[in-house]
Ligand binder design. Structure first.
Ligand code: ADP
Length: 485
């Protein structure tokens, strides 16, 4: 076969074909034109390279390829063979290729080269996913064995004390009280542990749905500090807050409250009387809010630092007043933060204090205005720029447009007209409520004719704010401030 005949034969083949003809003492090598799309070098350029495509074999794989080739020549038994290696393309990209070799006659070696990069990377990805799953499973097994021990352990003493109380009615009152106190404490701790376990397993199995909504960070932390004020007062711990007024996050209110309560009560638990706890929050990387809980407490030992958050290494030490724990709080906190797309990390110095950082998505300052009449829309626009100057307002002409805008960017509030062509306000609200992410999104409806029946229907969909037309500046402005604050 001449070079021309080879080129003609291989002209339209998608895979790269290589022919190597050995004649007495010399070797001729031909590449099909498809070599260019694989490597970036034309067939002529490749043929002119000393060693042909072997000259672009990736450095680390070169020895192996050479070995395979020389074995091929010396021990070839006629069966087709293939092996994989990496090559460096003209543009510097490294790709995986599979080379298959076949001799048609002892002097004509035919090779094909195909790109298998995608296959290789998806295979490595699959292997990594498999390894990760195995790792998580081993961690879970270990965790379950630790927790099973913790679940069973207190019952020996609980049963022991209750039996003494039942069988020895003559016990002194003081001793009775001591045993009852023990039973009470142990039962509280046990209930705590069981609640954590149930929450954790529900989060793991996806049974807890995250109902994200816009939450003002300052109000969230103030509310938690008032829940915990009993503990803080009892331990004489000062609570400080440094949070901007206009900072909002998007999260499930119950779950994020659980996270912050846990972090702040840990800070209180591991801090001595007279010291303080500070919660600061601010905008972090693009689109995220960072909340930091810092304490001046006892800190975390180097040994425990590597064990915190690890399921299989449950760490629990007593607080500065001997408060007991479950060692599960932070595992749950991490799970919840990650479910919201955030991260958690900490810094701590023994006897100086600890800082726990979390990130959660920031709520966008966006209002969606749905109104079919252009001039009314511009009237509302003007009003909104006065009431909520920090908010971007986007406009939709009708319900369909509104739904498509919402699916791109969830607004903090939707203000919609009731009577609109194509889809009225009620139908729009129904469509919004169908989606998990917008189930609780605040909505204000503006309408000229609202009857009690319609009002009730809106109320059933969670819309309580209905502003009557003709345009009522005060009523609208009051509804907006109520919702966004
Ligand atoms: P628990 O507090 O119920 O034991 P957690 O998972 O909340 O469980 O915390 C695990 C452990 O991490 C605690 O027992 C304690 O050793 C350490 N830890 C957590 N937060 C702090 C903190 N603010 N200061 C010092 N140690 C802490």
């Amino acid at each position: 076969m001449t070079r021309d005949e080879f080129k003609q034969l291989t002209k339209n083949l998608p895979n790269v074909v290589i022919a190597i003809r050995k004649t007495s003492g010399s070797e001729e090598i031909y590449y099909s034109t498809s070599i260019e799309s694989l490597t970036g070098y034309t067939d002529e350029e490749m043929e002119a390279k000393p060693g042909g495509h072997l000259s672009i074999v990736y450095e680390d794989d070169f020895q192996e390829v050479k070995k395979n080739h020389s074995e091929m020549y010396s021990k070839y038994n006629g069966a087709p063979r293939s092996f994989d290696y990496r090559i460096e393309k003209r543009n510097g990209d490294i790709i995986w290729v599979r080379e298959a070799i076949q001799f048609d006659d002892p002097d004509l070696l035919k090779q094909t080269l195909i790109d298998i990069t995608e296959f290789k990377t998806s295979n490595t990805k699959l292997q990594k996913e498999k390894d990760d799953i195995n790792e998580v499973n081993t961690a879970k097994d270990k965790f379950i064995s630790i927790v099973s021990h913790d679940l069973r352990a207190p019952f020996t003493s609980l049963l022991g004390f209750t039996e003494i109380l039942l069988n020895e009615p003559e016990l002194p009152e003081e001793e009775k009280r001591e045993y009852l106190n023990y039973i009470n404490d142990a039962s509280h701790n046990q209930l705590h542990l069981i609640n954590y376990l149930l929450d954790w397993s529900r989060l793991q199995s996806g049974k807890i749905s995250v109902e994200a909504r816009r939450i003002k960070v300052k109000s969230l932390i103030s509310q938690i500090s008032s829940y915990l004020s009993g503990t803080l007062i009892k331990k004489q711990i000062k609570f400080k807050m440094n949070i901007p007024d206009d900072l909002f996050l998007v999260a499930d209110e119950k779950l994020i409250t659980q996270v912050m309560t846990n972090l702040i009560s840990n800070a209180a638990k591991f801090t001595h009387a007279g010291k303080s706890i500070t919660v600061t929050a601010d905008r972090f990387k693009k689109g995220m809010v960072e909340v930091v809980v810092s304490d001046e407490g006892i800190g975390i030992s180097e040994e425990n630092k590597n064990r915190i958050f690890k399921l299989e290494e449950k760490v629990s030490t007593s607080g500065t007043n001997g408060e007991k724990g479950t060692g599960l709080g932070l595992t749950l906190v991490k799970e919840i933060v990650e479910k919201h797309g955030g991260e958690i990390w900490f810094y701590s110095k023994l006897n100086e204090g600890s800082e726990f950082h979390i990130t959660v998505p920031e709520a966008k300052n966006l209002i969606l205005l749905v109104e079919d009449d252009v001039s009314t829309r511009s009237l509302y626009q003007r009003l909104l720029s006065k009431i909520t100057p920090n908010f971007e307002v986007c406009e939709a002409n009708n319900g369909y447009e509104a739904i498509s805008l919402i699916s791109e960017n969830i607004p903090s509030l939707v203000i919609t007209d009731h009577s609109m062509p194509l889809m009225n306000g009620y139908q729009l609200v129904e469509a919004i409520r169908e989606r998990e992410e917008t189930k609780h999104m605040p909505i204000i409806v503006i309408s000229a004719q609202i009857n009690p029946e319609l009002k009730e229907k809106y109320s059933a969909l969670g819309v309580e704010q209905i502003v009557l037309k003709p345009f009522n500046k005060e009523a609208l402005s009051q509804s907006i401030t109520e919702i966004l604050e």
